[in-house]
Design a protein around this ligand. Structure first.
Ligand SMILES: Cc1ncc(COP(=O)(O)O)c(C=O)c1O
Length: 381
């Protein structure tokens, strides 16, 4: 059996070791230090979002963003149903009420028209959300401008969940740039990793200053430990930041390779009946962090679960499209607005292995297995 092909494993450049060694030599084995400062500076320069706080995860970054707003228990937070739980989970800790909306078929991200319509209705009924959190899915930016424009009409801030979209662009700028704040993730499966980590980024220096304060136990700037409120221990370590610096140096190569992996899959599979790919929205350039296919069982001859299990039998990891939040037991009481787009994507969608260390031959092998499943299934008819 060939070695396991994972969905999106870490891919070190070699530069990380140099920075990690420097961090050790300086003895900043701590959640402060020159690597952390440099990583934040370099990340801000790369994304064009000037103020950033590096923290322990994307989920922590989201929690800090919530804490930068004046929110009360019971306030509504709106988000696309097709997202990862880290995007919306932190709202529950603070007694906020998530409401989920469907996504647009052309981008798989929050449907801006549906959002505009729902905001209008909510304004009429005096129950506007306190925050909207669109997600940049699988390396593709959401359609941020109309989302921000609709929200601005009602003074609703937009926090962009760009956890999966480092390296993606939207109308010529970096994904997430244009919201009141954006979060990014460096979890081990992301396009670059710090082993685990995240960033909160904003054009508003005050938001980031407060996030840093809350992320370090809300310590007042005095020599003894003085607290006027309770914070968190969320800061990124200097060692993780050292890894992040080595990774950030190769982000453009990583984006190019993810896109190339997608192209190889597309060239081998796009002619198959009942198989299609996640569309790339015309407003930006996706990273293709994950290559995602949709399988129409009737035409393709097999459903996504059959394909997933066949790949698994060949020691290849694939994963269904994220299960929509309104279908999750934990959110059974949450309101859901919209149609059936995300439900269909979940039913038919499969994320294929997309790691940047995969060779062309690896990608071809996976593609041929998928194509073979179609041939076998349809020849039985
Ligand atoms: C869309 C989305 N939001 C939030 C997160 C949370 O990030 P983290 O795992 O760094 O907490 C992730 C990734 O894991 C994600 O994919």
């Amino acid at each position: 059996m060939p070695p396991r092909l994972f969905l999106s494993p870490p891919h070190m450049s070699g530069r990380e070791r140099v920075y990690v060694e420097q961090a050790f030599d300086s003895n900043y084995v701590a959640p402060v230090g020159p690597m952390l400062d440099a990583f934040e500076r370099e990340f801000a320069a790369y994304t064009g979002i000037p103020h950033v706080a590096a923290v322990s995860s994307g989920t922590a970054a989201t929690h800090l963003a919530l804490k930068s707003l004046d929110l009360d228990r019971g306030d509504e937070i709106w988000a696309p149903s097709l997202t990862f739980v880290g995007s919306i989970g932190p709202t529950i800790h603070d007694g906020l009420r998530p409401v989920f909306l469907d996504v647009a078929p052309g981008s798989w991200t929050l449907d801006p028209d549906l959002l505009a319509q729902e905001l209008r209705i909510a304004a009429g009924q005096g129950r506007l959300p306190k925050l909207v959190i669109p997600t940049d899915l699988y390396g593709q930016s959401c359609d941020l401008d109309p989302i921000v424009a609709s929200c601005r009409e009602y003074d609703v801030p937009v926090l962009c969940d760009s956890a999966e979209a480092l390296g993606a662009s939207y109308k010529g700028r970096h994904a997430g740039n244009g919201a009141f704040a954006a979060i990014f993730s460096f979890n081990g499966n992301k396009i670059i990793t710090t082993s685990g980590g995240g960033i909160l980024a904003s054009h508003d220096a005050k938001i980031i200053e407060r996030a840093r304060y809350l992320a370090t136990q809300a310590r007042e700037p005095v020599v003894h430990y003085e607290h006027t409120e309770i914070g968190f221990n969320y800061r990124m370590s200097n060692i993780s930041a050292a890894i992040g610096r080595g990774q950030l140096e190769v982000i453009d190569e990583r984006v190019a390779r993810r896109r190339r992996v997608f192209e190889i899959y597309r060239d081998r599979l796009e002619h198959l009946p009942g198989l299609s790919f996640m569309p790339e929205a015309p407003y930006g350039r996706a990273t293709r962090w994950l290559t995602v296919i949709l399988l129409d069982e009737k035409q393709f001859g097999a459903d996504r679960e059959t394909v997933r299990l066949e790949l698994e039998a060949a020691n290849i990891e694939s994963r269904p499209v994220w299960k929509p939040m309104h279908m999750q037991p934990v959110f059974r009481d949450a309101r859901y607005v919209g149609g059936k787009v995300c439900e269909q994507l979940f039913r038919e969608g499969l994320c294929l292995p997309s790691g940047t260390q995969m060779s062309d031959d690896d990608v071809v092998r996976v593609a041929e297995l998928v194509a073979g499943i179609h041939v076998t299934a349809t020849s039985r008819r």
